[in-house]
Write a protein that binds this ligand. Sequence first.
Ligand code: HMG
Ligand code: MG
Length: 314
Amino acid sequence: MSVERPPGLPMNASLAGLPERITIWEVGPRDGLQNEKSTVPTEVKLEFLDRLADSGLTTLEATSFVHPKWVPQLADAEDLVGKLVRRDGVRYPVLVPNERGLDRALEAGMEHVAVFASATETFANKNLNRSLDEQFAMFEPTVTRARAEGLEVRGYISMCFGDPWEGPVEPAQVAAVGKRLVDMGCGQISLGDTIGVATIGQVPAVLGAFAAVGIGADRLAVHFHDTYGQALTNTIEALRHGVTTVDASAGGLGGCPYAKSATGNLATEDLVWTLDGLGVQHGVDLNRLAETSAWMAGQLGRPSPSRVVRAITG
Ligand code: HMG
Ligand code: MG
């Protein structure tokens, strides 16, 4: 299928306070596919990863080394990364919840891992089978050993902007979790709006809470799910406050199997469309990416939720 951008593209016009360039952290192969009802065949995942790299993305979160019973959709992690032809200039982070996950990632020769914490007690329990405090006991030896092995380690925090069981989450509570992750050696912290409830005013509030514990926006990434259609607005606000790494998912795939109200992530195409309009560089070929998402939607048997994908390929 060939895709064409529509005529009459908007002229670039920037906004004050935006970075010149950002890094897109593509989570579709992991966050996207972990939540599919059916398990996508390994060969399709491999083609997906290849096509994403072809479109210019340089960070592809490939899979998770979690318990296969907890996330059966990613139970092929070893097989997948064993067959993956890794490209120069592309990094392939994987999720590891604990030392067992790290062992598996090291054995598979992975160079970038991410632990994933919760800002709330209830979600720590549901997603990790640990209390809020116990999660750190699980991450500490994992992060320490990963660093000693020379790996880059990211720390995710879920439920940063609201929790379906506990309601509002205090920014100071989120920042306290982030501080513990940074202190144990996580290089970057990704702020997850797991259920996509954040509104724009919360963004500077949460970033401000991190600044208050000594963690600047340069150490932070944002990870908005798009349940209420706010992911792009919130992301642009984060960019205006100094964040330069944005998590997004090709075609808007995504969700968390342990947070039922979670839907897809910010669609990478929606992000790229806006960045192009704003003149912020990102290195991605929008047409190629949209073509990939349309192909993936065909594999999954339903249209992409991304309006940009539909507008370009429809
Ligand atoms: P547990 O049942 O408490 O595990 O689960 P355990 O530590 O008691 O171990 C039980 C058995 O599991 C042992 O085997 C372990 O070896 C094995 P046994 O000795 O009984 O034969 N085991 C493992 N096997 C393979 N790989 C492993 C592993 N770990 C233990 N890594 C656990 C605890 C953390 C493992 C479990 O809760 C789990 O896997 N959770 C993952 C949930 C998940 O992946 N959620 C989605 C990702 S997070 C997300 O999507 C949010 C994010 O996108 C940001 C946002 O949007 O907010 C990142
Ligand atoms: Mg997520």
